[in-house]
Design a protein around this ligand. Structure first.
Ligand SMILES: NC(=O)c1ccc[n+]([C@@H]2O[C@H](COP(=O)([O-])OP(=O)(O)OC[C@H]3O[C@@H](n4cnc5c(N)ncnc54)[C@H](O)[C@@H]3O)[C@@H](O)[C@H]2O)c1
Length: 313
């Protein structure tokens, strides 16, 4: 298959390109480097089944030749990035999604949207099931991301209902692994950066809020299975192993051998108190479940962040 991957130079997009190429597919990769990096795709240079096009998907763009599938991963994803680029975030979720849906329609291709657990907002249902409609502040600082993704989901369903487009929607929960940006503000790189520098590790609030972390190869496997399924409604993809932020900080200290102290700061506005996926649907319809434990996933991730630190030194 020839697959267009939008957001290919990002953390998850670059790993999806690797997986698609490993499976024997051909990839046309699009990215405008708003939050991604050419370094994430450097290892694919010279691969005859891979081509990169620097392209902002909110602007009109032609894609020559046959396309069998379109995977839409283009969007700032970390709070730091989308708070810095709120309008671009809304634009890529709305205009960008529409452009990619039109591309899929025009080419007779299928379409995958990577949505987010942020669609559930600060949930009052726990763990979050796909049938829960969410508890989202439409005008809060994070609304540029949450509502962009909720709109993208609605638009995707509209193309499916109106045009019969073969669509899939993944609601991704916190994912981590090599190629995350050191300074993206998300908890995994933030803690790793602080721990590796021996700097104080910042925990917001009391650290009692929970998160669950999915290793990137597991997530990409879920996306790959979803792209081949007929499931039109959203499917949660994430790791349900839940731990508090404080417990997570301690795990990072242990993995890095760091003696960083833990310091507490005020919880940011709209920060979800609990975040844990119900993945029974993914298990039922895709036969998918995460296989990589937190300790197994942290080992290569710590190695990657150590190598970044060594290159910077
Ligand atoms: N990483 C996670 O834990 C997580 C969780 C939930 C959802 N997601 C979703 O998964 C997708 C990938 O996330 P990520 O963590 O790899 O983020 P990322 O920021 O590393 O990658 C996103 C990529 O999209 C590109 N991009 C942004 N706007 C663009 C535009 N207008 N045109 C072309 N390219 C554009 C960026 O340059 C970047 O390379 C996003 O849609 C995100 O919302 C990620």
């Amino acid at each position: 298959m020839r697959i267009v991957v939008a957001g290919a130079a990002g953390f998850i997009g670059s790993h999806l390109c690797d997986r698609l190429l490993d499976e024997g597919h051909t990839v046309a990769a699009l990215d405008n480097f708003l939050t991604g990096s050419a370094a994430n795709l450097k290892h694919l240079e010279g691969n005859p089944r891979f081509r990169f096009f620097e392209q902002d998907i909110t602007r009109p763009f032609p894609v020559d030749g046959a396309v069998d599938a379109v995977a839409h991963l283009a969007s700032p994803a970390s709070p730091k990035d989308y708070l810095e680029h709120p309008i671009e975030t809304l634009e890529v979720g709305s205009v960008g999604t529409r452009n990619l849906l039109e591309l899929a329609l025009h080419k007779g291709a299928r379409f995958l949207l990577t949505s987010t657990s942020e669609c559930y907002g600060d949930p009052d249902v726990h763990p979050q099931v796909e049938t829960y409609w969410g508890h989202v502040n439409p005008v809060g600082p994070r609304s540029c991301y949450d509502e962009s993704k909720r709109f993208a989901e609605a638009l995707t369903m509209a193309y499916h209902r109106k045009h019969g487009l073969r669509t899939n929607i993944a609601r991704i929960f916190n994912t981590y692994g090599p190629r995350m940006k050191l300074d993206d503000g998300r908890v995994v790189p933030a803690f790793l950066d602080q721990a590796l520098r021996g700097a104080p590790m910042t925990v917001f609030g009391t650290g009692a809020q929970t998160r669950s972390f999915c290793y990137v190869s597991d997530l990409v496997d879920g996306l790959y299975r979803l792209m081949q399924s007929d499931e039109r409604y959203p499917v949660n993809l994430g790791n349900p192993a839940e731990l508090t932020i404080l417990q997570f900080a301690e795990r990072i200290r242990c993995h890095t051998g760091s003696h960083s102290e833990i310091v507490f700061e005020v919880l940011p506005e709209d920060d979800p108190k609990r975040r844990c996926p119900d993945i029974s649907k993914a298990h039922r319809v895709l036969g998918w479940q995460p296989r990589v434990s937190l300790d197994e996933g942290l080992a290569p991730t710590v190695e990657y962040f150590r190598s970044l630190a060594a290159t910077a030194a």
